[in-house]
Design a protein around this ligand. Structure first.
Ligand code: ADP
Ligand code: ZN
Length: 727
């Protein structure tokens, strides 16, 4: 090309899904029309890369002679809608992440870019096989979830070999045929089968009015079991009636199964699902269906917020207080906050739903930024559980046991009445610490500042941070004494052991991520509990979230003090939310529920607030103390985490970075100090905290600072976390 031809040729900016600060300009091949959002392939160095035609260029002028041309265009992939491009830029700006890394999250469905796989469906429907093995049962369970599977996907989901599936096909139990995608069914929006209570229908009317037109954030604040889901279903129906798309975010994929069943009961069809437990073929199909507007209703984990919705008209953030919304690796973001940002950019209403709203949301209500709808009693005849503290100083458990007599008695009564009991302990494994009685040796992870946790089912000591494990030895590695190793403290497996000894007849289920191999198994277990196939459930925080177990009468909290002793200023809020939620699983239908909390600090404000069910007074006090300390949401925080495999290197670098911090009004840099977990996976971690007044431009300050600060070299890493969850 001549020089003139080059300068007159059209260029477009293309953003690549890489850690680059801005899009690059590329020449558009002659006769080709490209638009922002189009997926293209471009040369970068010696390689070809997929990228997206961007809506704004970097503004830098490039020597035309150096420009390279776009190689090809994916014209059969729906383009990223304009709103996704804007959202990408905003999130990148807010989280101080290169925009390409945010784009990478948005593109995280590689199969969407391949020609759609032939839909080879396998589904349950034929006669039962003569011999039902557990592998076969898993296949049928997975197949009946209604998603479309290739044979290999079904095998992967069920954790079986292809032979098991062939066997079921041969017996005629599984039928192979082309099935429609679930979201192709039409939703029943008449609401004919719905009957709301007066309280609920009042709330639903108000919510529908709030979400009818444009961006408004509503906090749907209702006690556990009040029917918040039924209420926001009305807002979803309203959005779907207009032909737009609706998204429900859930903090935990374990919840999506029960929830999807419920959506199907309400709307007569399943929403599309989005989370990391899906196979890549399924993700690819959902991604395309969202982008081309075919999938109208999506339920997913936090990353579903980054799906390419061209016409999103409602976002619901369920259990908005939940820590699961904070993503801490790669792009660090808080999905609830980003949902509000997405709503604002796309003029789309947002509903935040919770029985224990975050302090942030309550403060936003008080400041008039969010609307507030309250549901103060449970649906139908269900009432809130009565909560009592068990003072462990007055009623200690027997030696070597963990359950105090009042809790044991309550379990016994519950079982006699034919009802379910749940014991909650937020600790996986058998014992959190193992030590030698002879010499005092403690098993510590060689790579992390953490004890090794005994897992008795797997017969090994494990690190919960890096996954290192070793078999439980017969003798002490330090003094060689035999039979001297003693487990200290309980995890769920140890509580299970005590229950097995005390109530040998009871059917027990442990609900903990170690016990389950995958999402399908978790869903099956939840259904078993729902169907009353267990008498006692022993669980970690997996049980605290949103589940509805109709037969559950008693919730026992094994260690109510567990979260309270942490130094983190959010500890009180978090513990209150967790314990309200877990005790809120009891008595959700006709049975009267009860919560018992074992504690050595019955006078602690969090325990008091739970026992007195005085949430609002507790929140008011927490809010005051945050205000006094100018802590979020009254001030802003960011953390800068520096790490390296060498302690000195990490510390020196952290100090150098701190020294480069420019002075600023209303912004203070604290540290560096050792991070709360000083070593993880052999990397030493130092943390700087940046504390700013609400009105300060925190992001801009950090951006300028880091531009002039020393850059991480060798194996140093620097990660910025805006609005860190713990501080
Ligand atoms: P929340 O989300 O507020 O904890 P849910 O929406 O899960 O409460 O409702 C609790 C239980 O009550 C669920 O089993 C739900 O099906 C039932 N429920 C609530 N409202 C209604 C209603 N209007 N009609 C029928 N069942 C309802
Ligand atoms: Zn470790």
């Amino acid at each position: 090309m001549s020089r003139e031809a080059l300068t007159s040729a059209k260029t477009v900016p293309v953003l690549l899904p890489l850690a680059l600060p801005a899009p690059y300009d590329y020449l558009v091949p002659e006769g080709k029309e490209l638009h922002p959002g189009d997926f293209v392939v471009v040369p970068l160095g010696p390689a070809l890369r997929m990228g997206v035609v961007w809506h704004e260029s970097s503004g830098k002028s490039v020597d035309p002679a150096k420009l390279r041309a776009i190689e090809s265009h994916f014209d059969d992939v729906p383009p990223l809608p304009e709103i996704s491009l804007k959202f990408c830029d905003w999130v990148a700006n807010y989280t101080l992440t290169p925009p390409g890394m945010v784009l990478r999250m948005m593109m995280s469905a590689s199969k969407a870019f391949e020609p759609p796989a032939i839909r080879f469906g396998v589904r349950a429907g034929g006669p039962e096989p003569e011999r039902m093995t557990s592998a076969r049962a898993r296949v049928l369970e997975a197949a009946s979830s209604g998603m479309i599977f290739k044979k290999s996907e079904l095998a992967e989901m069920a954790g079986v070999s292809g032979g098991v599936i062939d066997g079921l096909v041969n017996t005629g139990t599984l039928l192979q045929e082309v099935l429609p995608d679930p979201w192709e069914a039409s939703f029943d929006l008449t609401g004919e089968n719905v009957e709301l209570s007066d309280l609920q229908s009042g709330a639903a009317k108000e919510l529908c009015a709030n979400t009818e037109n444009g961006f408004v954030v509503t906090l749907l604040d209702g006690v556990t079991g009040s029917g918040k889901t039924e209420v926001y279903f009305e807002a979803i129906a309203q959005a779907l009636k207009t032909g737009g798309q609706a998204l429900v975010l859930m903090p935990e994929i374990a919840l999506t199964g029960q929830f999807i069943d419920r959506c199907e009961r309400r709307f007569g069809a399943k929403p599309a699902e989005w989370h990391s437990g899906m196979t890549s073929n399924m993700r690819g199909r959902v991604w395309r269906a969202v982008a081309n507007g075919q999938a109208k209703f999506v339920v997913g984990a936090r990353s579903a917020l980054f799906l390419p919705f061209p016409d999103l008209r409602l976002i619901v953030v369920d259990e908005e207080h939940d820590q699961g919304y904070k993503q801490e690796d790669r792009v660090t973001y808080q999905a609830r906050d980003m949902a509000v940002l997405r709503g604002n950019l796309g003029k789309c209403p947002v509903v935040l739903s919770s029985a224990t709203p975050s302090i942030e949301s309550i403060v936003n209500v008080e400041a008039g930024r969010y609307r507030h709808i309250k549901l103060e009693s449970r649906y139908a005849q269900a009432t809130l559980p009565e909560i009592e503290a068990i003072d462990m100083r007055k009623s200690p458990p027997e030696r070597g046991r963990w359950l105090a007599p009042p809790l044991v008695n309550a379990i016994e009564e519950t079982l006699e009445d034919g009802q379910q009991a749940l014991l909650f302990l937020n600790r996986r494994g058998y014992a959190p610490l193992t030590l030698c009685r002879n010499c005092g040796y403690r098993f510590e992870c060689p790579n992390c500042s953490a004890w090794l946790v005994e897992h008795r089912f797997r017969r090994r000591l494990e690190c919960h941070h890096c996954g290192t494990f070793l078999p439980v030895p017969d003798e002490c590695p330090q003094c060689g004494a035999e039979d001297s190793l003693t487990p200290c403290g309980p995890g769920v497996e140890r509580i299970d052991e005590e229950i097995a000894e005390r109530f040998p007849e009871a059917r027990r289920i442990i609900l903990s991520s170690d016990q389950l191999t995958g999402i399908e198994e978790l869903r099956r277990t939840l259904r078993e509990i729902e169907a009353g196939e267990a008498d006692i459930i022993i669980g970690t925080q997996l049980v605290a979230k949103g589940h509805h177990f109709p037969g559950l009468a008693l919730v026992g909290v094994v260690d109510g003090d567990l979260g309270l002793t942490q130094a983190d200023p959010r500890a009180a809020e978090r513990t209150f939310q967790l314990l309200s939620q877990v005790t809120g699983r009891a008595g959700r239908e006709a049975i009267k529920g009860k919560g018992l909390i074992q504690t050595y600090m019955p006078e602690h404000p969090v325990i008091q607030a739970l026992v007195e069910s005085d949430r609002d007074a507790f929140l008011a006090r927490e809010i005051e103390s945050r205000r006094d300390a100018e802590m979020p949401p009254f001030g802003r925080l960011a953390s800068i985490l520096v790490s390296s495999s060498l302690r000195d290197r990490a510390e020196t670098f952290a100090r150098d970075v701190a020294r480069a911090a420019p002075p600023a009004n209303k912004i203070e840099v604290l540290g560096p100090a050792e991070a709360p977990l000083a070593v993880i996976r052999g990397r030493y971690r130092y943390r700087l905290l940046v504390k700013a007044a609400r009105e300060a431009d925190l992001q801009n300050y950090i951006r300028l600072w880091l531009q002039n600060a020393p850059k991480p070299r060798a194996d140093l890493r620097l990660v910025v976390d805006i609005d860190p969850y713990s501080f």
